[in-house]
Design a protein around this ligand. Structure first.
Ligand SMILES: *Cc1c(COP(=O)(O)O)cnc(C)c1O
Length: 357
């Protein structure tokens, strides 16, 4: 059971590089030791460079779902506007409601990306002090244009901008400070190509001040507590040390590869995949002009049997994605993020075409 693994072409979790995996079994250290603080500080320095930010970056030992909850609990006072354009953005909005936040949903058709005008119109009501959206909707393959959204959001300096970058962080360039993102979150099992169970959250000074003004934040996710320990290069609670070791190693590797080269590789793979889609008589599910660079969601126009396709690909050593949420089977997704490269992708697409017949 634990010696037979498939190569993953699903949009998370993704394959882990063999050299990086070795860091997951290093010995434990005390999380209040000087050695820990050195590791944390070095990682923080790398992260700031890779994420183009001077903001504090908190490490949460939890899935991105926990980071969603943290973002909402620490940011929303008056009310939050959630853009919902797929399964993940829908789940995030649900969490705001469960946390008793005044929540309004801007609902878009699945596959569409949010446009500045749509959000602007809602924010002009003055009902919101927070806006939340998913950068790269993993269920539909639609990627928002952060540049055009951020230009509009500058008109609303009192509104905190929360961005889920779970399936895009390190897959495409996100200049957090230039874009004015107050809270940017991601777990590590997607474009970071590390194991699931650990999340990063960048928090602006404005977001930190908002957190201080709020109550009922719970305890595990209170940014004020994280801040207190962050200044000592620590986390408030014992974090997943294996993740931290591997994150340091991976961040060093990314800086060596050059983040720009990494992003270009993802973009190139996206182009190859889109060409495969049209060459094989399929169509893209996501809106034109907003196709994701880390995964491609394919409209199943040929009505292939996705279950059968997955079975055949399994015999070739691959895990194939059969679509997500309400569009499962009507779509399938091809991930091209993390450690996947043009050669591996080419082999997979060849086998996929053969399996479809
Ligand atoms: C995978 C994913 C999540 C959930 O991540 P977990 O770490 O499993 O909680 C959230 N948002 C997006 C966009 C995702 O792709």
């Amino acid at each position: 059971m634990l010696d037979n693994f498939l190569e993953l072409f699903i949009p998370g979790p993704t394959n882990i590089d063999g050299e990086i995996a070795k860091y997951l079994c290093k010995p434990s250290i005390g999380h209040r030791s000087g050695q820990f603080s050195e590791i944390f500080a070095e990682t923080d320095k790398n992260l700031k460079q890779l994420l183009y930010t001077q903001n504090r970056i908190f490490h949460l030992t939890c899935a991105a779902t926990g980071a969603w909850e943290a973002a909402v609990l620490n940011s929303v006072g008056k009310g939050v506007l959630h853009v919902v354009n797929g399964a993940f953005s829908e789940k995030w909005a649900k969490i705001s409601k469960i946390c008793n936040k005044n929540t309004e949903i801007l609902e878009l058709d699945w596959g569409k990306a949010p446009k500045p005008e749509q959000i602007r119109e809602k924010l002009l009501s003055g009902k919101f002090d927070t806006v939340a959206f998913v950068h790269n909707e993993t269920s539909t393959g639609a990627m928002a244009n952060l540049q055009e959204l951020s230009e509009m959001l500058r008109e609303f300096p009192e509104v905190l901008v929360l961005v889920d970058a779970v399936s895009s962080m390190m897959g495409t360039k996100i200049e957090i400070d230039k874009l004015g993102i107050d809270v940017c979150l991601a777990s590590l099992q997607k474009a970071w190509a590390l194991p699931p169970g650990y999340a990063l959250v960048s928090v602006s000074e404005k977001a930190m001040q908002r957190s201080k003004s709020l109550t009922n934040k719970g305890h595990y996710f209170d940014f004020e507590v994280y801040e207190e320990f962050y200044t000592k290069n620590q986390t408030p609670y014992t974090p997943s040390l294996p993740h931290l070791y591997a994150l340091l190693a991976q961040s060093e590797r990314f800086l060596k590869e050059g983040p720009e080269n990494r992003f270009a590789r993802h973009k190139k793979m996206a182009e190859i995949t889109r060409k495969w889609v049209s060459d094989n008589g399929f169509a893209l599910f996501s809106e034109e002009g907003y196709h994701s660079e880390t995964l491609t969601c394919v409209k199943n126009t040929r009505e292939i049997d996705v279950e059968q396709t997955a079975k055949i690909l399994k015999t070739k050593g691959y895990l194939f994605d059969k679509g997500y949420g309400k569009i499962k089977g009507k779509t399938f997704r091809i991930a091209h993020m993390g450690e996947t490269d043009v050669e591996k992708l080419g082999k997979f697409l060849f086998e996929l075409a053969k399996a479809i017949g």
